[in-house]
Design a protein around this ligand. Structure first.
Ligand code: CA
Length: 443
């Protein structure tokens, strides 16, 4: 009985604490360029390295990075229960472990501190000098130590397209797909932040018409347009969580380019699924946008038919209206837009994915990352991979410089952007950008 009361009061506390940092009328004393992804209503979290080689946790407003380690040392988080070195760390894992109540208190404090009406830091030139950096003077790092990485396969359009190409056009969706948020355990060892180039992978493939495989550079390197969510400590081993609680365990989201080698994938994936075709690189955007900041952009997801089993049933709005764009930029040439999609097309919600993930007692920890799966929309220009956009290479895309692409060429940079927009504000992720290098050659 005491246990039940404790649970009730925690949940209640979280619900009644207002989300003040989302006030659309608030302006910052830091200049925010028009159409910036980072107004004062965003307040994402990241980790960066300064010119002086100091690593710190921070946030971003406009084109300024804000050192939260320095803010804490100067007393700007006084009154919030935090360990002394909470923000002077090279990952957000400990902060994320503190839970939703702390995330919200810190985000509220940051909103207050940078409010145009608040003179506290605004009028303290000495402190401003210590705390605020220009984006070009810092280097973004991976925001979390990712313990485990799971990649889902939750876009019905994507699963249908791939099923048509790789298996049977008549039975593109396998019978389990409409009942289970299908996923697989990936590797966290090769998740890198935006800006880190990636080598074309070597691997085993079966050339068309041959019966014996060959080993060499993948010829069909592709991007996958995805988002990912970062969790806090969700459960202990053996216990599951309820669908009604799942969202409280999600800290925030990033953009994800889940690089894929389609020729390696085609040969290796039966019967156990993705392996070396997927784990050579996954690139993420460096700022984690919190679920609190994304709250105003909640929307209804696609109708789920047949109705999921009871442990996956949820009412209300659990999808998010996030505009997504993919660009290919050949070397020394302007970028070309190749896909426009939206996260709201996802069939399975993040809370359904997380609930399903723990339904067998699998433990999920602070800093774990869950990929959405490739996000394809209903139209041909909204597909989330070259595999689908060119239909397996049959219909090449012409870029702005007149060159054609079936898949990604060496020295192409793939850029994914994402943002939410309503009549009063734009909240975005910035971008994840990474260049495909030629295969690594051992000297
Ligand atoms: Ca993927």
């Amino acid at each position: 009985m005491i246990y039940l009361i404790a649970i009730f009061s925690t949940t209640n506390q979280q619900n009644i604490m207002p989300n003040l940092a989302n006030d659309p009328n608030r302006k910052s004393w830091i200049n925010v360029p028009e159409n910036s992804d980072f107004p004062i209503q965003n307040i994402p979290y990241g980790v960066f390295l300064t010119k002086e080689d100091v690593i710190t946790i921070g946030t971003r407003i406009g084109d300024c990075a804000i050192d939260m380690g320095a803010l804490q040392q100067l007393g700007y988080f006084d009154g919030i229960e935090l360990t002394d070195d909470m923000f002077m760390q090279d990952t957000l894992n400990d902060f994320i472990s503190d839970g939703k109540k702390t995330w919200r208190l810190v985000r509220s404090r940051l909103g207050d501190l940078f409010d145009s009406e608040n003179p506290l830091l605004r009028d303290n030139a000495e402190h401003r000098e210590i705390v605020i950096f220009k984006m070009e003077d810092i280097e973004m790092q991976l925001p979390v130590l990712i313990g485990d990485y799971t990649d889902f396969y939750s876009s019905k359009e994507h699963a249908t397209n791939v099923g048509k190409m790789f298996r049977d056009p008549e039975n593109a969706l396998l019978p389990n797909w409409l009942h289970i948020p299908v996923g697989y355990h990936g590797r966290s060892s090769t998740i890198v932040p935006s800006g880190i180039p990636v080598h074309r992978p070597m691997g085993q493939t079966l050339p068309n018409g041959e019966t014996s495989p060959v080993f060499g550079p993948s010829r069909l390197v592709d991007f996958e347009l995805e988002t990912a969510f970062i969790t806090t400590d969700v459960n202990v081993m053996g216990e599951n969580i309820l669908i009604s609680e799942a969202e409280d365990y999600i800290f925030g989201m990033v953009l994800l380019n889940d690089w894929s080698a389609r020729d390696i994938q085609k040969w290796e994936y039966v019967p156990l699924g993705p392996f070396l075709a997927k784990n050579f690189a996954s690139s993420i955007s460096p700022w984690i946008v919190t679920m609190d900041a994304l709250e105003p952009f909640k929307t209804k997801g696609p109708k789920q038919e047949p109705t999921p089993l009871p442990y996956l049933q949820q009412k209300g709005k659990h999808a998010f209206d996030i505009n997504l764009e993919v660009y290919i930029k050949p070397e020394n040439v302007e970028a070309s837009l190749v896909s426009k999609s939206n996260f709201k097309y996802m069939y399975w919600s993040m809370s359904q994915q997380l609930t399903h993930h723990t339904s067998n007692g699998c433990r999920v920890n602070s800093g774990d990352m869950m990929g959405s799966g490739t996000i394809s929309g209903p139209t041909e220009d909204s597909f989330g991979s070259m595999l689908e956009l060119t239909w397996g290479g049959k219909n090449p895309i012409t870029l702005n410089d007149g060159t054609e692409r079936k898949f990604i060429n060496d020295n192409d940079t793939v850029i994914i952007k994402g943002y939410c927009q309503n009549s009063s504000m734009r909240i975005g992720f910035g971008e994840v950008s990474s260049k495909l290098l030629p295969p690594f050659v051992r000297k």
